[in-house]
Ligand binder design. Structure first.
Ligand SMILES: *[C@@H]1O[C@H](CO)[C@@H](O)[C@H](O)[C@H]1NC(C)=O
Ligand SMILES: *[C@@H]1O[C@H](CO)[C@@H](O)[C@H](O)[C@H]1NC(C)=O
Length: 253
């Protein structure tokens, strides 16, 4: 028998269970993004129009950013299947407090990792993260608020950053190049084919290799996704262009 005291306690402090904000589980017959032959109406399980997701990375030397033995994160971009892309897709979900959002979601480990590996070339990481979310993250249709059950504002922001970091951790560009004997050295020259072949070995598909003058500066890894951008299966796909060069008017996006 419960005592009177404990009954009273329960009345005074009702326990409210936090209800998790979740994305729906997706049907197994959902097509891989950019691989559908008819229209797909389930927009929370099918990335479209941005069905080509690019995990993009930097090797910055001037100024140098990040650890000496690692590339750094640029972002995760939902490009259209034809290589064009949408940007700044939802003004109402543009934020200038990414650090605060991640802290409020108990993602300090993620934040620590980002502070080391997701570096702004001008030293303002927060602004760079805001830019990547506002410009590209808001265009990922499968993580729009309406897709969530029990949507908690900004939950998709935390999930986006976590996902980008997870993908990046599986794409150790420095190591893949080192395994092929390609070590950063300003007096060494490596061919495009050597670099492409080393990165293809890791990713399974050709990547986009970007130089700034004669210096290797960025790599883009392409994926298609089956399911939503957070829980879905990422399948490597070949880059649309195998090589690009950084220009003043900006491959940097
Ligand atoms: C794939 O699905 C999208 C979203 O419904 C649609 O816009 C596109 O036209 C479809 N592609 C084909 C080839 O049917
Ligand atoms: C971040 O900014 C948004 C928009 O201004 C606000 O609604 C939200 O409460 C802020 N989050 C935190 C954790 O400060």
């Amino acid at each position: 028998m419960p005592s009177k005291q404990s009954t009273l306690f329960a009345v005074m402090y009702p326990i409210t269970l936090a209800v998790a904000s979740t994305l729906p589980s997706c049907p197994s017959d959902i097509p891989l993004s950019c691989h559908n032959s008819t229209a797909v109406s389930n927009s929370c399980c099918f990335n479209s129009p941005g069905g080509s997701l690019l995990q993009t990375q930097f090797w910055d030397t001037d100024p140098a950013t990040g650890p000496d033995d690692s590339w750094t994160i640029h972002g995760l971009w939902p490009d259209n299947c034809d290589g064009s892309y949408e940007q700044f897709c939802d003004k109402s979900r543009e934020y200038s407090n990414i650090t605060k959002i991640l802290k409020s979601q108990d993602r300090s480990d993620l934040l620590d990792y980002m502070s080391e590996y997701w570096k702004d070339i001008n030293g303002d990481d927060e602004t760079f993260w805001e830019h990547e979310w506002n410009k590209h993250g808001t265009c990922i249709n499968t993580i729009e608020p309406d897709c969530y059950e029990n949507y908690e504002p900004q939950i998709e922001v935390g999930e986006f950053f976590e996902k980008v970091v997870d993908l990046f951790k599986g794409l150790d560009t420095y190591q893949a190049l080192a395994d092929a004997g390609i070590i950063p050295d300003s007096s060494e020259t490596y061919t495009f084919d050597e670099i492409q072949s080393a990165l293809k070995k890791m990713h399974g598909q050709e990547v986009t290799i970007i130089c700034d003058g004669d210096k290797l500066n960025q790599v883009y890894y392409y994926y298609n996704v089956k399911g939503n951008a957070i829980d879905g299966d990422y399948k490597a796909s070949a880059a649309r262009e195998f090589s690009l060069s950084d220009s003043a008017d900006g491959i940097r996006r």
